[in-house]
Design a protein around this ligand. Structure first.
Ligand SMILES: C[S@@+](CC[C@H](N)C(=O)[O-])C[C@H]1O[C@@H](n2cnc3c(N)ncnc32)[C@H](O)[C@@H]1O
Length: 221
């Protein structure tokens, strides 16, 4: 198991770093499917960084309780700050998601925005199996991710840009992953099913809603 990356040093700068590089596009992608999440009650938000998605979820869905998991205590502090008066509905867990066992087997929402790309395909597969065990049959999993679209834009723009981002995160945080995981295969094999997808920036960003596949049965990881 690799050492956890350390995002503490960039927690305060994270929001403006994002705006300088991608403007409002990442925010648009994260919030694209918020309207589908208004009836969830028990959410697990993994690697939400400074918590801008969590803040909007709490605001939009007054019934939701959030378990926020992150390896970075500084990111979790920023997440609680951003939640403001709604922070009483947030429980934080400082842990490496690659090792974490969900405590409450009643999840009806999982959210991972630009987090699965910190893991390898095998690590996403292992996490997805553990989350499937903890998920209710009506659970949703909302995913935002980078993608390399087919064609010239993918090979000339998206691929080098994503490599540059990985190198920057390797320097800034010690992240030791350098390629996007195949999260779709990992989630499908764990029993999730892609229900909805939206693309941004010519397919460089995707926002996806996954549900439990009708044929899926719980497998112990
Ligand atoms: C690239 S940032 C994404 C932040 C935010 N979700 C967004 O949409 O921009 C990745 C986040 O995941 C956390 N993280 C990375 N690897 C992790 C791991 N193995 N376990 C738990 N958290 C991790 C980092 O601390 C950071 O907060």
């Amino acid at each position: 198991m690799k050492k956890s990356p350390n995002f503490n040093g960039i927690a305060n700068a994270y929001s403006w770093m994002e705006k300088l590089t991608f403007g409002k596009s990442l925010a648009r992608c994260r919030l694209a499917l918020l309207g589908d999440l208004l009836h969830s009650h028990n959410a697990l938000v993994i690697g939400d960084g400074d918590g801008r998605f969590t803040a909007r979820l709490l605001e939009a869905n007054p019934a939701v309780l959030v378990d926020a998991l992150d390896a970075s205590p500084a990111m979790l502090r920023a997440l609680v700050d951003n939640a403001g008066i709604r922070a009483s509905r947030v429980r934080v867990h400082v842990a490496d998601a690659r090792l974490w066992e969900p405590l409450v087997p009643r999840l009806d929402l999982i959210a991972t925005h630009f987090f699965l790309d910190c893991l390898t395909t095998n690590e996403v597969a292992s996490l997805a199996k553990r989350l499937r065990v903890a998920a209710r049959p009506d659970a949703k999993w909302v995913v935002s991710e980078f993608a390399i679209p087919e064609g010239a834009f993918g090979s000339i723009v998206a691929r080098p840009l994503i490599m540059a981002l990985y190198i920057a995160f390797a320097v800034l945080t010690g992240l030791r992953v350098f390629r996007l995981p195949d999260h779709r295969t990992a989630l499908s094999q764990a029993g999730f099913m892609l229900a909805k997808q939206r693309r941004f920036l010519h397919g460089l960003l995707v926002s996806e809603l996954w549900t439990i596949a009708p044929t899926s049965t719980v497998q112990q990881p």
